[in-house]
Design a protein around this ligand. Structure first.
Ligand SMILES: Nc1ncnc2c1ncn2[C@@H]1O[C@H](COP(=O)(O)OP(=O)(O)O)[C@@H](O)[C@H]1O
Ligand SMILES: [Mg+2]
Length: 530
């Protein structure tokens, strides 16, 4: 299925600005279709051969369609498009002619030229034609509502021909605009209501206004309903702006627990401001659901906050215990546990402040790194640096990765740069540097690097310390720390780890973690089978 842009670029000489304008029309013309009780087809002249190509179509939600088949992509010439040709060449709305028949369906054809105003507001050229085709099979004497709709439709059609409809878009409007069927109010040039559809009347009733709207000054009414008669509410000002010929953004009015979305559009056929059209929609239920979602988000954040608090409590208890045990080995083990638990708490602390289940990881790494340097004996001051960025990581990766980095960073500080007395105690090789030579040795440093490439996260932790012990089994060797690291990297993270002596002396741990977890279960956050 080709898009409007594809079709126009392939078959016509329209410029990008023209095509943008056609997109704006197609974004806003449901309104015209509904008010007209008619199908709208957007026709563009095919380059040079007198035929027209249909690039977009919309059906009315208020009446039966004249076209059961999709018309987009059709190229038509000859008598069938003679009315489009007139509108295009003469730049005026064409509405003469007898009904035409599509199979069993009698239809009335109209053609509205689409003009794009120039940058300085001059009426520009006609770039396309909107075909307005009404299915006449159910036509009957129009009701009050229908007459009002049709009058307004004609005003908007003229504004398409003038180049003043659709109005400019307001960025960031997410809730879909109110439609004709949601509720429609028409105002005269003085801002008095001349017509209100039954649904509009009901929407205002929910806000607490029970009388008839006809004759009311709508801007004043909006202010009254919003309980702010002096200041002037946004919704009141929007009505006034539309009466001045501007196209204000949509506004909401809250009153008596109900919420109504309003969209005010200027009516100024042939450049004459004759009033405004105000579409209203009762969005009380939508807003209620929004609020429920916001509460759910807040609840999840609160849970992360409590998990963090609980983990910190566990860490504090272990720390107390560590101070009480006499056996050095037991104390070291408990202190390591304190740090492991604290590193997980960091992730939950970050999650409790973020709006989704993902964390900006660099900040976490930097905190784990600075905690690791504090472990080093006071006489060895180890510098920490991070190169590159981890970016935003999903919670399930972040939790495992922070534990891995915690172990590697601690090892680098603890084993790469042992305190002098420990080093002296160790059976040093005969050619080991003498202590006095240390002044010229490179400054002890640990570097964490991170970069993303091809949906993988590459991480390394490198120190310039004394390197891995001789005959160290990089695949299997080590104690609990490296066991945790390998289990998390190859298990939870589905990645790889390579532990080796680095080129410049010291130790390097290189980790690769896949980031695209296609089978992640949104509910549990756990990766399913690959
Ligand atoms: N960056 C490093 N520099 C030197 N040796 C290291 C380094 N990382 C790990 N090692 C060696 O690997 C061993 C195992 O580490 P690990 O499994 O974390 O246990 P632990 O830290 O409790 O000794 C360490 O005792 C040390 O000999
Ligand atoms: Mg260790």
């Amino acid at each position: 299925m080709s898009t409007l842009r594809d079709l126009a670029e392939e078959h016509t000489a329209l410029r990008p600005a023209d095509i943008d304008h056609l997109h704006r029309i197609a974004g806003d013309w449901q309104l015209l279709s509904d008010l007209s009780f008619a199908d709208l087809l957007l026709w563009v002249p095919v380059d040079g051969d007198g035929t027209f190509l249909c690039v977009a179509q919309v059906r009315p939600t208020t009446a039966p369609t004249a076209y059961l088949d999709d018309q987009v992509g059709r190229i038509v010439g000859g008598a069938e498009v003679a009315h489009l040709e007139v509108a295009h060449r003469q730049g005026r709305i064409w509405r003469e002619g007898d009904p035409v028949w599509y199979g069993d369906v009698p239809a009335r054809h109209e053609a509205i030229p689409v003009r794009l105003r120039t940058g300085d507001g001059e009426a520009g050229e006609v770039i396309a034609v909107v075909g307005r085709d009404t299915n006449l099979s159910t036509a009957r004497t129009p009701s009050q509502l229908e007459l009002n709709y049709l009058t307004t439709a004609d005003d908007l059609a003229q504004m398409i021909a003038d180049g003043t409809f659709p109005p400019p878009r307001h960025p960031g409007e997410t809730t879909s605009a109110p439609r004709v069927g949601d509720g429609l109010v028409r105002l005269d040039a003085n801002g008095k209501v001349t017509y209100a559809s039954p649904n509009a009347q009901s929407a205002y009733r929910r806000l607490g206004y029970a009388s008839h709207l006809v004759g009311e000054d709508l801007a004043k009414l909006h202010r009254r309903l919003a309980g702010d008669p002096l200041e002037g509410t946004d919704a009141g000002n929007a009505v006034l702006a539309a009466l001045r010929g501007e196209a204000p953004p949509r506004r909401e009015i809250d009153a008596r627990g109900a919420t109504m979305l309003t969209r005010a559009l200027p009516l100024m056929p042939a450049g004459v401001p004759i009033g405004a059209l105000v579409l209203v929609r009762d969005i009380t239920e939508v807003r209620r659901r929004d609020r429920a979602l916001i509460t759910k988000d807040a609840t999840i954040r609160e849970i992360h906050h409590r998990v963090k608090n609980n983990l910190q409590t566990v860490a504090a208890l272990l720390r107390l215990q560590a101070r009480r045990v006499a056996m050095p080995e037991a104390r070291v083990a408990l202190e390591e546990s304190v740090r492991r638990v604290a590193s997980i708490a960091l992730v939950h602390e970050t999650l409790s402040m973020s709006s989704d289940e993902a964390v900006e990881f660099d900040g976490i790494v930097d905190r784990v790194a600075s905690a690791a340097t504090e472990v080093a004996a006071t006489e060895v001051s180890v510098g920490m640096r991070r190169r590159g960025t981890f970016g935003v990581l999903p919670a399930e990766i972040a939790t495992s990765l922070v534990m891995v980095l915690n172990e590697l960073l601690l090892n680098a500080v603890e084993h790469g740069f042992p305190p002098a007395d420990e080093e002296a105690a160790a059976p040093a090789p005969a050619d080991a540097p003498r202590p006095e030579a240390e002044a010229t040795a490179p400054r002890p440093e640990v570097v964490v690097t991170a970069h993303r490439a091809r949906k993988q996260l590459h991480v390394s932790v490198t120190d310039n310390g004394r390197g891995l012990p001789e005959q160290f089994d990089a695949e299997r060797g080590g104690n609990l720390g490296l066991q945790i690291v390998r289990a998390l990297v190859t298990g939870e993270l589905r990645g790889t780890i390579d532990l080796r002596n680095s080129a410049g002396g010291g130790t390097e741990a290189a980790i690769v973690v896949p980031l695209a977890r296609g089978t992640t279960d949104r509910l549990t956050g756990r990766a399913g089978p690959p």
